[in-house]
Every structure is written in structure tokens, then in C-alpha cells.
Design a protein around this ligand. Structure first.
Ligand SMILES: [Zn+2]
Length: 64
């Protein structure tokens, strides 16, 4: 049987592949904390339609 991946002690059949439920929780917390550690990409203001708001070039504006 493989040793506990958390502490390296021989795993028990009751909570394998960990040696105890405590180590299983530790592994679970590592998993969760690891996933939560991923920084959420801050979404800047969408600039896809920026061109749509661009002022159109002056056309046919006849000033005298
Ligand atoms: Zn362990």
C-alpha cells in the first residue's frame, strides 16, 4: 500500500490513500486553497465597441 501522500506514513485502508481522515482533510484543503488561489482575471472595461463610440470624421460639414 502506498504511503500517505501528506505525511508519508503508511496509509490505512479506512482512509486510503491517506493514513487518516485528518490527512485527507489536509489534502482536500490544499486542493481547495489551491483552486481559490488562482487569481480571478480582472476584467477591464470592454473596449470591443470602442470604435463604435469614436466620433465620426467630419463629412459634408461646410463651415463658412
Ligand atoms: Zn498522513
Amino acid at each position: 500500500m502506498k504511503p500517505c501522500p501528506i505525511c508519508g506514513k503508511p496509509a490505512s485502508e479506512a482512509s486510503r490513500p491517506f493514513c487518516s481522515e485528518r490527512c485527507r482533510d489536509v489534502d482536500l484543503n490544499r486542493w481547495l486553497s489551491g483552486s481559490y488561489a488562482i487569481p480571478a482575471a480582472e476584467s477591464d472595461e470592454e473596449e470591443e465597441n470602442a470604435e463604435g463610440f469614436a466620433a465620426p470624421p467630419e463629412q459634408g460639414s461646410t463651415k463658412r
